[in-house]
Design a protein around this ligand. Structure first.
Ligand code: FAD
Ligand code: DLZ
Ligand code: SF4
Length: 512
């Protein structure tokens, strides 16, 4: 029998060969433990494709380690001995191998981090939890950055990250003379706009067997497993990235905010699930995009805009999460208490924008940023849906969702639940914005130009109602001055009609 002295735990979103927990494997005495467990698969009802993606990627990662001669104990969900929790699987592995120590990398959710902190005592062996150095800003560095700042604007954090990692820099200055080229981005969709064709990956026996397992065990979870197209290995994720950089990136900036019916991806990269699970490393992605600009293969507005999302937003939200938790999850600045309407799960609503965004989500476990922020997020903000319910939905339905990234984006950015820690004003918008940035309204049962009456776009009355009911909390915000001035100037009878229409909508949200 081979002896094992140390167990190296790899979680489902830690599928990187360079993971800190794997940095000092001893061929003779180390054992890597990976486990598919119900406790992780059901703490929210994850989308079927998210579970299938992770299980298949986990199995492929384990296989790749084994091919390198590393010993792996891989516990499948349907293994009869599986205790279905990470702690119990660790306990079982320790018992059955005689190992006397555990090494892990810090995880991405407060919920699990709290458990991990107790493992050493509960398991009776030392449990070393190492820093996750796949991120480009450590939590300590983020804490130092935010110390003493009144405002935590992402833009300033991003500039520091550009300097620190020397990305798109010319000496001390940003290339092109500006930090941010958004003025050239965010065009409304041109008529007939289509995104480039995307690649897909052949389903091998591992993926096929995971798909059957997920269909059998998670039948009542949201989503379809049909046309499963995810990359599940490092090499496949690399092909996705290469395809994005070569074929898609040049158009990224221009249509970053556009939404088009039947075009769920447009010019977005589709790599978030791979970066978050560890199949791609953020710095590699950034360097590849940067090289595309230096080599003249993509314009600066696209490359800078894309890099800002990863070097800026992604690191920033993680810093906010770990420096604000645990209290952050309970914040509800706007006192929003309504329940989440069923159409978030079913997609069955006459509001075409919502039906499209939720429909894409059901089909792909994906919708792009503007659908998340300005359609499903905006509706929840305007309708006053409780942040806890909205966050649970976002955490469940997207293949890229983990608490560290989902929570600040949803509670902070989309719902203004943190009272402006992240966003300088709520991302509230009427149907006019959605009409400008999409082609959804043309085939909608509602009319974006109407504010009251049975055909009126619900976003319109809800928008004014949102401002009216939050006057005390929001009217002092300089960025909302014009909107409050417009509201105040409005004929009181019109105001009354709008608020009465909004009340009817709110009383019967399920009927929309
Ligand atoms: P692209 O548009 O191509 O962007 C490139 C990359 O930048 C992404 O792959 C991602 O890694 C990163 N990125 C972009 N925006 C953000 C952001 N705001 N925060 C963090 N990283 C970002 N992203 C997640 O990864 N997981 C989530 O659970 C998640 N929940 C969200 C919830 C809401 C309400 C909102 C408004 C945004 C959320 N985002 C989340 C951010 C963003 O919507 C997704 O990262 C993006 O849509 C993923 O698609 P993509 O890979 O095609 O991204
Ligand atoms: C999301 C997820 C799912 C669905 N299943 C597993 C699993 O069975 N085993 C595992 O190790 N990890 C899984 N994960 C990812 C974890 O939930 C993730 O590591 C934590 O939420 C911390 O980010
Ligand atoms: Fe959405 Fe309103 Fe446009 Fe319909 S009219 S698609 S509900 S914004």
């Amino acid at each position: 029998m081979v002896s094992v002295s140390r167990i190296h735990l790899v979680l489902g979103d830690q599928l990187s060969p360079s993971l800190s927990a794997l940095s000092d494997l001893e061929p003779d005495t180390s054992l890597v433990l990976m486990a598919e467990v119900m406790s992780e698969a059901t703490y929210v009802k994850h989308h079927k494709k998210k579970i299938a993606f992770l299980f298949s990627a986990m199995r492929h990662f384990a296989q790749a380690l084994e091919k390198k001669g590393i010993r792996v104990r891989y516990v499948t969900l349907d293994d009869p001995k599986n205790t279905q929790s990470l702690e119990n699987e660790l306990a079982r592995a320790l018992r059955e191998t005689g190992a006397t120590a555990v090494v892990a990398t810090e995880c991405g959710e407060w919920r699990l981090a709290e458990e991990m902190r107790t493992w050493s005592e509960r398991l009776g062996v030392p449990v070393e939890i190492r820093t996750d150095d796949r991120f480009l800003c450590s939590i300590d560095d983020f804490r130092a950055w935010r110390k003493g700042r009144k405002q935590l604007r992402m833009e300033y954090f991003y500039r520091d990250m550009r300097r620190r990692h020397r990305v798109l820099m010319e000496g001390d200055d940003p290339v092109g003379g500006k930090w941010n080229f958004d003025a050239e981005n965010r065009k409304p969709p041109a008529s007939g706009l289509k995104g480039p064709k995307r690649i897909s990956h052949r389903k091998d026996e591992i993926t096929k067997s995971v798909l059957s397992l997920v269909e059998a065990r998670f039948a009542e979870h949201m989503g379809t497993l049909e046309s499963f197209h995810f990359a599940v290995t490092e090499a496949q994720a690399e092909r996705e990235l290469a395809h994005f950089i070569d074929e898609v990136l040049p158009g990224f900036g221009d249509y970053q905010d556009a939404m088009v019916e039947g075009e769920p991806y447009l010019y977005h990269s589709l790599i978030s699930a791979y970066v978050n699970a560890g199949l791609l490393l953020p710095l590699d992605v950034i360097r590849r995009a940067e090289a595309a600009w230096y080599e003249g293969r993509a314009p600066l507005n696209a490359v800078e805009g894309f890099i800002r999302q990863i070097l800026g937003w992604r690191e920033y939200v993680r810093g906010i999460y770990w420096t604000e938790m645990p209290g952050y999850a309970d914040r509800n600045h706007l006192k929003a208490e309504r329940g989440l309407p069923w159409f978030y799960w079913s997609g069955e609503t006459r509001m075409n924008c919502m039906a499209q965004a939720v429909g894409d989500t059901i089909e792909h476990a994906y919708s792009h940023h503007i659908q998340r922020l300005m359609v499903t997020g905006n509706f929840a903000l305007l309708a006053g849906i409780a942040p806890s319910e909205v966050c649970e939905w976002y955490l469940a339905v997207y293949a890229d969702a983990y608490d560290w990234v989902e929570l600040p984006n949803t509670l902070g950015m989309a719902l203004y639940g943190d009272g402006g820690l992240m966003a300088s004003k709520p991302y509230a918008a009427s149907g006019k914005y959605i009409d400008r940035m999409s082609n959804f309204c043309g085939s909608c049962a509602y009319d974006p130009k109407l504010t009251t009456g049975p055909k009126a776009c619900p976003f319109n009355a809800l928008y004014w109602e949102f401002l009216a009911r939050n006057t005390e909390r929001l009217s002092g915000n300089a960025r909302l001055t014009n909107m409050y001035a417009t509201w105040r100037r409005m004929d009181p009878l019109k105001q009354k009609a709008i608020r009465s229409h909004a009340s009817k909508i709110l009383e019967a949200l399920e009927d929309l």
